[in-house]
Design a protein around this ligand. Structure first.
Ligand code: FE2
Length: 516
């Protein structure tokens, strides 16, 4: 027992206990994306309470360490009062438990969301480091012996602070476009979307009928400074044409003046239209890739010769940051289409979560997530099923009103006129609406539109279903390290459906004939 008490009260132990004690509330706060799940299982406010206990504990550990290290009265390890040894032991155990708790709260977030914790940590890294180092110097530094260790610590801290300050003022990374563009068919034009590794302005350049076009991503005349760049282009300008995109880094955007960095340009892309009448058209459907870009691409590229790409949503767990949308939606769509094919984007329920969710449609150049678009031969009805739980669910943090959004969408759907062209409906959630009355109205209307098929995702299964008279294909997506993608081939008589997994095994094969 005596040995344990002298260990927890040793100066070195106390300094390490203090470092872990002050880091615990910081890192627990950074991992707060998983707190809602812990609170749902235990009780609302549990994690906030733990956070405050961690913060109070950090203050007490600081006081105890200061008393032990800086006071002349408690210099001799063998002469420490019992209360001080017991307090040190209690806070040593508590700090160990808190460290386990914040690591556990990281694991609750899962592999897909853990990078979000790192991204949340990044902007606080320099300030957090500076606060801990500052507190360390104020509280304990003069008591560190021998002098050589003190000089070493001071040198390391000065170098780290120097590079930290330089790095926070001037970008150290090389500016680049991170993938091929994703050309979204918005129902009224094309939106050419691409992403860069940090913020800048974006443009597209091409020639059409002998005239050169350089069109910027702008709002009311001012260029947009972001990682995701989108420019609207009329269908006829891009169909069968060649284009390239470019971007200029913005280092400083100010009310007066500012600083630009390097300008980068892409190669030329030869864009192929799917609009014109001709031979059969092939569309690749990919859903629920949940950050597994590489596995989804590997599966998709087991087949080739696509005329268009249909992204059925659930690219990632949630949209907290712009770079998540850049990597898992824009880059992914760009890699699948190679910048040369039209992409149709259907929003998944996981793209409705997080602070960046409200910016997504605008950055993708879409007026909204439900719309109709047509080729010369087919009609696509793209629906937005939004979330799969009621708006008051704790996961949404009081930020959603999707019930009203779905009601508006069903009203819009009911206003659609039937078409001579075979119609295919796309909806991330095969239920379309959470509300039973809206669901009933949506399916009744779809039946009256003579839809050949509805294609969905969300359940991470590969199967054919019936919803009343309507045939529904569930595309597949990611499931425990496996993946299923689908090819829709629009032929003269019907739509051939072929789904396959990452090893090429066929999971669904069926042909749906057009109505007479
Ligand atoms: Fe989903």
């Amino acid at each position: 027992m005596k040995k344990i008490l002298s260990f927890v009260s040793a100066r070195t132990t106390l300094i390490f206990t203090w470092i872990f004690a002050v880091m615990a509330p910081w890192l627990f706060y950074v991992c707060r994306l998983g707190h809602v799940y812990i609170d749902i299982v235990l009780f609302d406010g549990f994690c906030t309470t733990v956070f405050f206990i961690m913060a109070i504990s950090a203050v007490f550990v600081s006081i105890l360490a200061f008393i032990r290290i800086r006071s002349n009265k408690y210099k001799d390890t063998n002469e420490l009062p019992k209360w001080l040894n017991v307090c040190n032991a209690v806070f040593f155990v508590l700090t160990f438990l808190f460290t386990v708790v914040w690591i556990a709260s990281l694991s609750v977030m899962g592999k897909e969301s853990s990078p979000v914790a790192f991204r949340t940590l990044l902007p606080t890294l320099f300030t957090g480091f500076a606060i801990i180092v500052g507190a360390f110097f104020a509280l304990f530094f003069p008591a560190i012996k021998p002098r050589k260790i003190r000089a070493g610590i001071a040198a390391v801290v000065i170098v780290a602070l120097f590079f930290g300050i330089i790095g926070s003022l001037y970008p150290l990374s090389v500016y680049k476009i991170i993938s091929h563009p994703m050309v979204i068919d918005t129902g009224k034009d094309y939106s050419v979307v691409f992403a860069t590794n940090t913020s800048g302005t974006g443009y597209i350049s091409y020639e059409y009928e002998g005239k050169s076009y350089l069109v910027y991503d702008e709002t009311d005349g001012r260029k947009v400074n972001s990682r995701i760049h989108s420019v609207s282009v009329p269908y006829e300008h891009l169909d069968g044409n060649v284009y390239s995109v470019g971007s200029t880094r913005v280092i400083d955007e100010l009310s007066y003046g500012g600083t630009n960095g390097r300008t980068v340009e892409s190669k030329e892309y030869a864009f192929r239209s799917d609009k014109t009448t001709g031979a059969e058209k092939k569309y690749l459907c990919v859903s629920d890739w949940h950050t597994h870009n590489d596995l989804a691409k590997k599966t998709a590229f087991l087949h080739s010769g696509y005329d268009g790409i249909i992204l059925l949503g659930d690219a990632l767990p949630g949209l907290q940051f712009e770079e998540e949308a850049a990597e898992y939606i824009v880059s992914f769509g760009g890699e699948l289409s190679g910048g040369t094919l039209p992409v149709y984007y259907v929003r998944g329920n996981h793209e409705t979560r997080g602070s960046y969710a409200t910016s997504l449609s605008e950055r993708l150049g879409l007026d909204g997530f439900y719309y109709v678009t047509e080729t010369d031969e087919y009609r696509f009805v793209i629906l937005d099923s939004a979330e799969d739980k009621a708006d008051d669910h704790p996961e949404y943090g009081g930020m959603t009103d999707y019930s009203a959004h779905r009601a508006e969408m069903v009203e819009w759907l009911e206003g659609l006129a039937p078409s001579e062209k075979p119609t295919v409906v796309f909806s991330h959630d095969p239920k379309i609406c959470l509300e039973e009355d809206l669901q009933k109205r949506a399916f009744e209307k779809i039946e009256s539109l003579n839809a050949v098929l509805m294609v969905s995702g969300h359940t991470h299964t590969s199967e054919l279903r019936k919803e009343g008279e309507l045939d529904v294909l569930i595309d597949g997506g990611h499931d425990k390290g496996k993946f299923v993608a689908t090819l829709l081939t629009f032929g003269a008589d019907g739509i051939e459906v072929l789904s396959w997994d990452e090893e090429g095994n066929v999971t669904v094969s069926h042909t749906f004939l057009y109505a007479e």
